[in-house]
Every structure is written in C-alpha cells, then in structure tokens.
Design a protein around this ligand. Structure first.
Ligand code: CDP
Length: 315
C-alpha cells in the first residue's frame, strides 16, 4: 500500500481533513493566557479613535436629529433623510451612559457551546451580549446562560420566523420575554429592505408595551468598523454580527470574554462533529462573511491578551 501521509484523514476520521487546521489553532490557543493591559489600551484607542463606538454605535435622538442623512452601510449610495416619524423611534439617551463595564461576555452562537456548561460563567459577567435572538430556554440555559443586556436581531429572522411582522405580532413580543428589558439592536439602516421591518419591530414593542428596548445600529459606525477591520487584513464583504459585537465590547468593557466563537465543523479538543449553531445546524452564508479569517483575528487579540476567547467547557 502507498505510504500514509502523516495527518492524512483516516476513513473513520470525523474531521475529514480539518485536523491539521484545528491542531494549528489549538497550538496557538494553548499558550497560557494573560491579560496585557498595554496591548488592550493601545488596541482600544485605535478602535475608538476610528469608530467611536462609545457614542456612535447606536442611533440616538442626539447624534441623529431630524433631517440628518443616513447612508446605508450595505448598499452603495443609498441614503435616507430622517423624518419626524423615523426620529420618534430613536432612543433619547445613549444607552451606555458613558460608563464602561468591568466584564462583558459576548456570546456567539457556535455549536461549541453545546454541553459546555458555560451558562453560569456567562451569566456572571456584568454585561452580556447575544446575537440574533438565540434560544435560551429548554435546556440551553445550563450551557449558554440567560442574562441578556443586549441582543441583536437580523431582519432575516423577523422575516422567516415572524412573517416580517405583517400579520399577528404577539408571537414576536412573547419571544422577546426571554430577554427581559435588554436592548434589542437592529441593523435598520444597513440595507433598504431592513428599514420597514425594523421600524415595525420597534412599533410592535411599543404598542405591546414590551420591556425590551429597540435601538438601531448607526450605519456610519458599521461602515467605519468594516474599514477598520479591512485595515487589519480582513477581506470579507460583511462583518459577522459576532465580530461587530466583540469590537463594540472592547470599547465598552475592560475584560471581554468571548463564548460560542468557533467556525469549524469539529470540536477543538475531542474533534467530535459540531453543529453550526448550538440550537440548529443552519449554515452561515460564506459568500458574505469570512468566519475563519475573522476567527484568526480574534485569536490574535486573544494571544495579545486583549480579550479572552473561551473554547473549552466551563467548570
Ligand atoms: O448569521 P450571523 O453571522 O449574523 O450569526 P449567527 O450564525 O447567528 O452567530 C452569531 C455569531 O457567532 C456569528 O456572527 C459569528 O461571529 C459567531 N459564530 C462562530 O464564531 N462560529 C459558529 N459556528 C457560529 C457563529
């Protein structure tokens, strides 16, 4: 028989060729982690001087008055002039009230969280950020926690799960109960078709007197953040929600912990196959995002002691 190449995938290998990549990542990740204050301050300064997430990430009545021109970050040359009606949906005050948190957890939706027992650790953070209205009940709480201070919602979920809020809206409001009085962050001005459905989400929340607080991403922030990551070598068309939230967290929190970030098909330690999300196996649109490339950048920040990526199970 021909000599077997070292590391060649075995017929029974669950990893089918991913072993080499994962081994390399794990080798980088396994170096002892230590927070590096200098690196953190330097990186945070770069980020905040380019993107100003601290007071620009979210649209408010102060930073976006009636008559301002919003430039959609996902569609070239599309703009929208803020009418009094749209203005009325903007939050009055900046939700982060000029304070930084000591510890933040940013929870990505990766299947690596399945059976991780990380719920309590995640919930112990002062500020918890989640992506795309993820399920938290029915047994997931043990592994992902329940505390939510900010949750994002991609309008595609509103289309698929709640009929674009054109029909009955109660199921949507009920699904928000899990997130209590957290901020619901919507990319209302990224693409033209996001705007009506995002406004309907905000009106629904108001009409049903839900405690959830809808807020909108500032497209100017998303644009400058995309330029920032491009300058760091990222070639993706769009940033993933997780990378956006991790970046914002670096501006808002001294200690940033990332969970559920693992865009590979197998577990870093046991190499067992993983689903793409901890709650389903829907695949990410690789056409737009470059998750492994993004992960590489996050791993770089981890190695520099700027933030901490969690890949293992929790105690
Ligand atoms: O679809 P979208 O990129 O907005 O995100 P998602 O699939 O709902 O997951 C939220 C975030 O978790 C993503 O944006 C990624 O940053 C991260 N993620 C990951 O790192 N690995 C996975 N297998 C799945 C998600």
């Amino acid at each position: 028989p021909p000599p077997q190449k070292k590391n060649a995938p075995q017929p029974s290998d669950p990893c089918k060729g991913c072993r080499e990549i994962i081994d390399k990542v794990v080798a980088r990740y396994s170096q002892p982690w230590k927070r590096q204050e200098d690196n953190y301050q330097k990186f945070r300064f770069q980020l905040s001087s380019k993107c100003h997430g601290f007071n620009k990430a979210i649209i408010t009545k102060t930073n976006t008055p009636v008559g301002s021109k919003l430039v959609y970050d996902g569609e070239k040359k599309r703009t929208l002039q803020v009418t009094p009606e749209i203005f009325s949906t903007f939050t009055k005050d900046y939700p982060f009230s000029n304070k930084t948190w000591d510890t933040c957890a940013v929870v990505g939706n990766g299947g690596i969280l399945t059976n991780s027992s990380c719920g309590k650790t995640i919930d112990s953070a002062q500020f918890v950020i989640r992506c795309n209205l993820p399920p938290l009940a029915n047994g997931y709480e043990k592994h992902v926690g329940v505390k939510t201070d900010l949750v994002t919602a991609n309008p595609s979920i509103l289309l698929e799960k709640y009929g674009a809020l054109m029909g009955r809206r109660r199921p949507f409001v009920e699904s928000l109960r899990t997130y209590g009085d957290s901020l619901l962050l919507l990319p209302a001005f990224s693409f033209g078709h996001n705007t009506p459905v995002s406004l309907r989400a905000a009106y629904t929340i108001e009409d049903f007197e839900s405690p959830t607080r809808p807020v909108f991403f500032n497209p100017e922030y998303l644009h400058s953040l995309a330029l920032f990551w491009r300058s760091q070598g990222l070639k993706a068309v769009r940033l993933s929600t997780g990378l956006i939230m991790a970046s914002l967290a670096v501006e808002l929190c001294s200690n940033v912990h990332l969970y559920g970030f693992w865009p590979f098909s197998n577990h870093p330690h046991g190499l067992q196959p993983l689903t793409n999300h901890y709650y389903d196996n829907r695949q990410t649109k690789t056409k737009f995002h470059a998750m492994p490339a993004e992960f590489d950048l996050l791993l770089r920040l981890h190695s520099q002691g700027i933030l901490k990526l969690h890949l293992g199970d929790c105690p």
